[in-house]
Design a protein around this ligand. Sequence first.
Ligand SMILES: Nc1ncnc2c1ncn2[C@@H]1O[C@H](COP(=O)(O)OP(=O)(O)OP(=O)(O)O)[C@@H](O)[C@H]1O
Ligand SMILES: [Mg+2]
Length: 264
Amino acid sequence: MAGKDVLLSVDGIKATYNGAITALHGVSFTLHRGEILALLGANGAGKTTTLKAISNLLPAERGEITAGSILYEGRDVTTATPAQLVRAGLVQVLEGRHCFRNLTIEENLVSGGLGRSGSRAEIAFDLEKIYALFPRLKEKRRALAGLTSGGEQQMTAIGRALMSRPALLVLDEPSMGLAPIVVQDIFKTLRRLNVETGLSILLAEQNSAIALRYADRAIVLESGVGVLSGEATELRQRDDVKAFYLGQKPAPAPAFTPTSLPAA
Ligand SMILES: Nc1ncnc2c1ncn2[C@@H]1O[C@H](COP(=O)(O)OP(=O)(O)OP(=O)(O)O)[C@@H](O)[C@H]1O
Ligand SMILES: [Mg+2]
């Protein structure tokens, strides 16, 4: 179980794009060291905006935080560049599994270690650890990333992030567009990393079923507002979570029409 040590604290943030569109209306949550926290919500709920705010990536999208604060290890993230945050261990895998398509899988992974300016031996050591976690990547290490499957590209994007030795790994919709078995495989690996190395993970997901199975806690966003939060095991059992907040309406009850009544 996670300790009490707060790694990330998001407190009442509001965010806008182009000084006009308000995407977040006050989002608050805390992530403790060693924990997996899921950020759930339907399309447009504000998950990506929240994650970009945490990595100080909003200015690059003509977005800004207009109220509230985000502290990573007690430091205001808006005072650091995204690259400085990566060096401080706050590493994000953006939505859509970005890889360098014309580089091999191994080159993609190595590129993740460059920012840290680790020695050759360190990079080789880290590579082997990634290959132990994702054996598929070892098999495909000479393949061009652009020619590999969606799952392999997502693993490559995660592996590249791990090469910078994160303390907090932030993932935006790791399950998107992948077959259920591949999604399972990726989440199992994330859980294993969390258990074995204490890596803290914040992940945004529309796939609440898988996220609630592997996360410790979750927060649900709706239209830029945090509407619910709690232990994943508890949220998993609540049908209203899926029905009202995540756009997964339960099957409708059969329509009641007089003609469907048995004849008197
Ligand atoms: N670059 C942008 N410029 C203007 N508005 C944006 C931009 N990115 C997002 N928005 C708006 O901000 C709101 C929140 O979007 P966001 O991408 O954070 O949601 P999300 O929960 O990640 O959705 P999805 O599940 O579809 O990825 C939406 O209304 C969206 O249209
Ligand atoms: Mg998103």
